[in-house]
Design a protein around this ligand. Structure first.
Ligand SMILES: [Zn+2]
Length: 218
């Protein structure tokens, strides 16, 4: 290789970048006009640069695709998390409803007889032999109310003994299906004043009203 070719080829990178001073630039241009060998080298360099930029574009494209995929994954994870929370909440709501709403309260007449109280209990057991039955006397009912309003003792201090406006009642924990049958006893048995359940509630409504009661009583 000629000495001048060597120098020019060393300068080609700077020439391509446009960083050469005027003198060197003129030297390269003058030489390229007459030297086929250096022209070849210079053309190779230009080709490499184009290929390099194509490669950069490909890398950029791949990075973009990767970014889009990870965005998509994040979205899927977010949707999955929300769905899981919704499903879990629904399980909690329905479990709570299933456990609590089926409880039946049977309020008894003031003049209910011991015999009628026994008959009512038998009727419940006939419907659901596994039902849990709790009897609350008038006194129990009053004490529960006093307990509930213990912050406001004056409010209920006048009540007690014969002066008790509350009714004795049964609380029955039966299966959902049997709770409905027990609910149907209303009007069929003497001694029953009223039967209440939360069975007709929509589960969401039921849980919301219970939360509201909790909040207002605390
Ligand atoms: Zn040359």
């Amino acid at each position: 290789m000629k000495k001048e070719c060597e120098i020019v080829q060393d300068l080609l990178i700077g020439y391509q970048d446009g960083t050469l001073h005027t003198y060197s630039k003129e030297l390269v241009e003058k030489h390229l006009k007459k030297c086929e060998e250096c022209n070849k080298v210079f053309n190779e360099m230009k080709k490499d640069e184009v290929e390099g930029s194509i490669q950069e574009q490909e890398i950029d494209y791949l990075k973009n695709v990767k970014r889009k995929i990870s965005k998509k994954n994040k979205l899927l994870i977010a949707i999955g998390t929300i769905l899981t929370i919704v499903i879990l909440l629904n399980i909690v709501v329905f479990a709570y409803y299933y456990h609590e709403a089926r409880k039946v309260q049977i309020y008894l007449n003031n003049d209910v007889t011991e015999e009628q109280i026994g008959d009512i209990k038998n009727a419940i057991t006939n419907i659901d032999e596994n039902a849990k039955i709790e009897y609350h006397s008038k006194e129990d009912a009053l004490n529960e109310l006093k307990e509930k309003f213990s912050d406001n003792k004056d409010l209920l201090s006048g009540y007690g003994g014969d002066n008790n406006p509350l009714n004795a009642y049964y609380v029955i924990d039966a299966s959902m299906e049997n709770a409905r049958k027990i609910e149907g006893l209303e009007g069929n048995l003497p001694g029953i004043k009223k039967i209440t359940t939360n069975l007709s509630y929509n589960p969401y409504e039921f849980i919301l009203s219970n939360i509201a009661i909790e909040l207002t009583s605390n």
